[in-house]
Design a protein around this ligand. Structure first.
Ligand code: MTE
Length: 322
């Protein structure tokens, strides 16, 4: 695929305009991202140049939409967990800028009829890109609402012809000491790995993600490709993926290995199962008025996506399989 065009300052959609477009979208249903504006601001202009922000066109999908207030772009891109670039929330925006995201390949392998090493620019073309507004809740008790860009992982799974014996998917992310200063820390087992049951991976909500806010993924958010699984805690959404592996056995994930009594394989958002250090009953929306003192909101089972996904867990004891 051609590289996405460099974004011009005149094409950047300021937050206020973006919000306006969303309100309209909520009423009107479908639209396109081809909204142009002549409104510019010096600050946005400077930021765009510094971070090499690139536009990524996608069609909003009203099936996957919430009218809740979006988390401001600045918070989405400067309050991050990406331990390969440091343990502090403010580290990734600084240290991830050295990550080289081209050339980049993703190996799709394991129990499949069609294993393939995808060039990222081919992978991004496999299915039409959609914009979907998802809530993402971190196990630490904060949450965001983000307009992501990607397509259902199921498109890739179908193209790969997964074999009948495959029951799970493992996501392996980049571990490169040259580019990732956080790998010196032993806090996690590297590479960072995550996993899903195959039926979870096939669920239409499960998004192979290439962008957010109308642009290619910022590096601190997992460029060039990450997962977004909105009914699970944020740590299930592995960033900067280099391999997707289909297995018969349940994969061991980095967080489970680090602290099995704190982090389970399923990690479904569940207000009734507390983490040993953080209650899961409430959450704080990042970027809202009032900052740290903003009133907390109730956390919903499956992060509000119960209607779509609860049936995947029928008959399972979710206190045991946390
Ligand atoms: N992926 C990798 N490779 N490394 C990480 O440290 N952190 C996870 C997840 N994916 C992490 C990762 C955690 S704990 C969260 S909450 C989300 O990324 C945060 O994503 P965001 O910074 O885009 O909000």
């Amino acid at each position: 695929m051609n590289k996405p065009p460099k974004i011009l300052a005149s094409e950047i959609t300021p937050q206020a305009l973006y919000e306006g477009r969303r309100q309209w979208l909520a009423q009107a249903g479908w639209s396109t991202l081809a909204l142009s504006t002549s409104i510019t601001s010096l600050a946005w202009h400077r930021e765009a140049r510094a971070n090499e922000r690139l536009a990524l066109a996608a069609k909003p999908n009203p099936q996957f939409f919430t009218a809740e207030k979006l988390t401001p772009y600045k918070d989405v891109t400067s309050y991050n967990n990406f331990y390969e670039f440091g343990l502090d929330k403010a580290d990734p925006v600084v240290h991830a800028q050295r990550l080289k995201t081209r050339p980049w390949t993703v190996r799709v392998e394991g129990l499949v009829n069609k294993p393939r090493t995808w060039d990222i620019d081919e992978l991004i073309k496999l299915a039409p890109l959609e914009e979907r507004v998802y809530r993402l809740r971190c196990v630490e008790g904060w949450s965001m609402v983000i307009p992501w860009i990607g397509y259902s992982l199921s498109h890739l799974i179908k193209a790969t012809q997964v074999q009948g014996s495959a029951k799970f998917v493992e996501f392996v992310t980049l571990a490169d000491r040259e580019q990732m200063p956080g790998l010196k820390s032993r806090v996690l087992q590297w590479p960072y790995t995550e996993g899903l049951r195959l039926d979870e991976a096939l669920h239409p909500l499960t998004l192979l993600t290439f962008g957010l806010y109308g642009e290619v993924l910022p590096k601190q958010n997992g460029a060039p490709v990450r997962m977004t699984i909105p009914w699970k805690y944020g740590f299930k959404s592995g960033k900067s993926i280099v391999a997707i592996r289909f297995t018969e056995q349940q994969p061991r994930t980095s967080w489970q290995v680090a602290a099995p009594h704190e982090y389970g394989f399923y990690a479904n958002v569940n207000p009734e199962v507390s983490h040993p250090r953080w209650s899961q009953a409430q959450e704080r929306r990042i970027g809202g008025e009032g900052g740290l003192f903003a009133p907390r909101i109730k956390t919903l089972p499956f992060n509000g996506y119960a209607e779509q996904v609860a049936s995947l867990y029928a008959g399972m004891d979710l206190k045991r399989f946390y």
